[in-house]
Design a protein around this ligand. Structure first.
Ligand code: SF4
Ligand code: SF4
Ligand SMILES: [Zn+2]
Length: 269
């Protein structure tokens, strides 16, 4: 329904709510992305403590190259410090020479030009004259289930696909349902009511409750096997890559689950 470099809105049919929830949770907690995980502070004379600066750096979304790096726990180096295949270093050397100034994410210099902050305009700290911040940061791949900084999305939701029926014979076009709808789904059209934007419906039922007819001339329900899926990327990964990775991970987990059930069944018999 909608696709750009940050957002994707899809209609997914022929499935059920448990599967949609598993997909949503895999996107949030299972798809890896890069985030700063370790910071060596060389000099910090700002008002913020080292730990707060490290936390802020961790939450800066970084563009991620999933094919070029290994998760630290899967990297052949087996080193706690990491190697070029599981770690990227970024340096920051900022000083307020003239007067008060803000240090932004764009001042982080990465050893890999592909692994850089998604935005140059994220404030890290304000420095007053003669204050300095010098540090080296190490980014690694990680998963949202360990820390939210590794979530590749800022939003991932789904809702049932709405169905709205208006009984033209009993509807007197009083317009009460049009007025009350918070999402402007309905519109008055001559002597009747039309659905203008079905996808915007949140299934709140306000239009049904306000209808003076008994039973109401409008009916709002949903398709149990069709969903509208919304994904908003932090910019770490393109939405399409996030979806395909999530599907791959879920597929692998379901196959493993199936295999374990078979093993248990054969052990019983
Ligand atoms: S259920 Fe709520 S959102 Fe949907 S059409 Fe009715 S009032 Fe609008
Ligand atoms: S509130 Fe009921 S009767 Fe009035 S326009 Fe809407 S559906 Fe028709
Ligand atoms: Zn490594």
């Amino acid at each position: 329904m909608e696709k750009n470099d940050r957002n994707t809105r899809l209609i997914i049919r022929g499935t059920d709510a448990p599967f949609m929830n598993a997909l949503r949770r895999t996107v949030l907690a299972g798809v890896p992305c890069m985030a700063i995980d370790e910071v060596v502070i060389i000099e910090n004379s700002s008002v913020l403590r080292d730990e707060i600066i490290a936390h802020r750096l961790g939450l800066i979304p970084l563009k991620t190259d999933l094919d070029g790096y290994n998760l630290p726990e899967e990297c052949p180096c087996k080193s706690e410090f990491g190697c070029n295949l599981c770690r990227v270093s970024l340096a920051l050397d900022a000083e307020a020479k003239e007067g008060t100034r803000t240090v932004y994410s764009g001042e982080l210099i990465s050893e890999n030009p592909d692994i850089v902050p998604v935005s140059d305009k994220i404030p890290i700290v304000k420095l007053v004259k003669e204050q300095k911040l010098k540090l080296e940061a190490y980014a690694r791949l990680g998963k949202g289930k360990k820390h939210a900084k590794w979530q590749p999305v800022s939003m991932c939701t789904y809702k049932y696909f709405p169905q709205i029926k208006i009984d033209d014979k009993r509807c007197d076009a009083c317009g009460k349902c049009v007025e009350i709808c918070p999402r402007k789904v309905l519109v008055k059209d001559g002597n009747g009511i039309e659905v203008r934007d079905l996808m915007a419906c949140t299934l709140c039922q306000d239009c049904v409750d306000v209808c003076p007819q008994n039973p109401p001339a409008i009916d709002v329900s949903w398709d149990e096997n069709a969903f509208i899926f919304n994904l908003e990327s932090t910019g770490a990964l393109p939405p399409k890559r996030t979806m395909t990775e999530a599907i791959k991970i879920l597929d692998k987990q379901l196959k493993e689950f199936g295999r374990q059930i078979k093993v248990k069944k054969s052990a019983k018999s």
